[in-house]
Design a protein around this ligand. Structure first.
Ligand code: SF4
Length: 329
């Protein structure tokens, strides 16, 4: 809809909405009163409110439960503190249809895709939280919350346009990572968008038999095809792909796993993030000991594979990987 205003008004509007995060057009005081009245008559600003904000004991993570505007559900998002970084872990779907066995979101099944407003709304809410504590706004974004981001491609892509815009959040592709269970057609599409965002592929197993057991999506997009697309992503974007690898005692932390990962990934510039599984009650899916974890990382290093152990923040608030469950009101 055209309002017949000069283009700098659009820039002002972006700043009020996304940088100052006002809840009403009346508060946009750099605009004339008649213009504010016209905007209020045509549009509304609906801010998502977090109904439950829980801070971790270590003060390194905060979990939010944002109330959806368009349906009676909650969207969970997490803020992670790491020295100067403020990372927002955003959700892209309510529930998830991919059904990974270790993931609480997957157990909800797929409810619906989030809209652009709901994705960006999480970031606005998190920045409100930080501003109320005189802290700086979010510096980094990861799409690792509820849902498979690349199965909601359109809304995630249009959210990124807002998030990356210099007059809004101004967060560049180098500080954004999209995590995927490996939806290959969407990765191919992402490569053509020139967004320059980082890609993290949840590998989690070294054999197709094991990966299909943990992640049924593997039946469609098996491990060899993921490694192949990761290589192409690197060639096209120059960005090294991260493979997320959940370590489960006795299942994915074995000697055989190290040898298989070496065969799969060696000689190709990528990173491996080792994530001890967050225990959620299943006695068969437990994290390895600290010693075994370090052993696993060292073995990969010796074989020329860059591996980092990812500290799991937010575990005590059920805000760590695979623990977000949302819910409805
Ligand atoms: S791990 Fe990711 S892709 Fe798998 S079920 Fe959970 S949210 Fe979906």
């Amino acid at each position: 809809m055209k309002l017949g205003e000069p283009s700098f008004r659009g820039t002002q509007l972006l700043k009020w909405m996304y940088q100052k995060r006002v809840a009403s057009f009346d508060l946009m005081t750099t605009m004339s009163k008649p213009l504010r009245a016209r905007l209020s008559a045509v549009f509304a600003i609906d801010k998502m409110i977090s109904r439950a904000t829980v801070e971790s004991k270590k003060r390194d993570a905060v979990k939010f439960a944002f109330e959806c505007i368009e349906s009676p559900h909650y969207i969970e998002s997490v803020l992670l503190y790491d020295r100067q970084r403020r990372t927002a872990c955003l959700s892209s779907q309510l529930g998830c249809g991919l059904g990974c066995t270790f993931c609480v979101t997957g157990k909800m099944g797929f409810i619906r895709n989030l809209t652009q407003e709901e994705i960006v709304g999480q970031l606005i809410g998190i920045n409100d939280y930080l501003a109320a504590r005189n802290d700086k706004p979010v510096t980094n974004i990861v799409f690792m919350g509820m849902g498979e981001a690349l199965s909601n491609f359109e809304q995630v892509r249009s959210s990124l346009e807002i998030i990356m815009h210099p007059e809004t959040f101004n967060i560049g592709g180098r500080r954004i990572t999209i995590s995927t269970a490996g939806v290959i057609p969407s990765i191919e599409r992402l490569m053509t968008e020139n967004l320059n965002v980082g890609l993290a592929i949840s590998l989690n197993a070294y054999s197709d038999v094991e990966r299909s057991r943990l992640m049924p999506v593997n039946d469609r997009y098996p491990i060899a095809s993921l490694v192949e697309i990761a290589k192409r992503y690197f060639e096209k974007t120059g960005r090294r792909v991260t493979f997320e690898y959940v370590l489960i005692a006795g299942i994915t932390d074995t000697d055989k796993a190290v040898a298989a990962l070496e065969q799969l990934l060696n000689g190709f510039p990528c990173k491996v993030n080792l994530i001890p599984i967050n225990p959620y009650g299943d006695p068969l899916l437990q994290p390895p000991s600290e010693r075994r974890l370090e052993w696993f990382a060292d073995e990969l290093h010796h074989r020329g594979i860059a591996a980092t152990i990812r500290k799991s923040r937010g575990q005590d608030i059920s805000g760590a990987c695979g623990q977000l469950a949302g819910g409805s009101r």
